[in-house]
Design a protein. Structure first.
Length: 147
């Protein structure tokens, strides 16, 4: 009986999360976490507390602990990457997503990476991307709509 209740809570939490209702999802994942402390449940709970309560550091540490517990679970990488995206830390999110893909294929991670897009080549190809000339020339051209 408790297994079906746990599955129900997880399904309802995922449905709420997919529909954008993170507050309801938080309630479902919190109840599920009390029943079973699994890495996937904990990472979804962390995703919800980061979005609803703004507890980013707690959410990140929860996900990192779960990655140590179960490094092959790609859902944890997905949720950690999304938490970084909530903080506008795109570079860290991409690293985490790529890390997750190295442990297994997860279509949601691939979709997140596709949404982020790819970088354009540097404006002046023989200079490094980090060169200030390249950097500011790229910014100016983008603002002018030429890039």
């Amino acid at each position: 009986m408790p297994d079906t209740e746990l599955e129900s809570l997880l399904n309802r939490g995922l449905e709420a999360l997919n529909s954008g209702d993170t507050l309801s999802a938080l309630v479902f994942f919190e109840k599920a976490l009390k029943m079973e402390n699994s890495p996937a449940i904990c990472s979804y709970f962390a995703l919800c507390i980061s979005k609803e309560r703004g507890q980013f550091s707690k959410a990140i540490s929860l996900c990192e602990e779960e990655i140590k517990r179960e490094p092959e679970n790609t859902d944890v990488y997905l949720n950690l990457g999304r938490i970084y995206l909530f903080q506008n830390k795109r570079e860290e999110a991409v690293k985490v997503f790529r890390d997750g893909l190295s442990h297994g294929i997860n279509q949601q991670i691939i979709d997140e990476l596709n949404k982020l897009g790819t970088r354009k080549p540097p404006v002046i190809s023989f200079l490094k991307r980090s060169n200030p000339i390249n950097k500011y020339l790229g910014i100016i051209l983008k603002r002018l709509g030429l890039r």
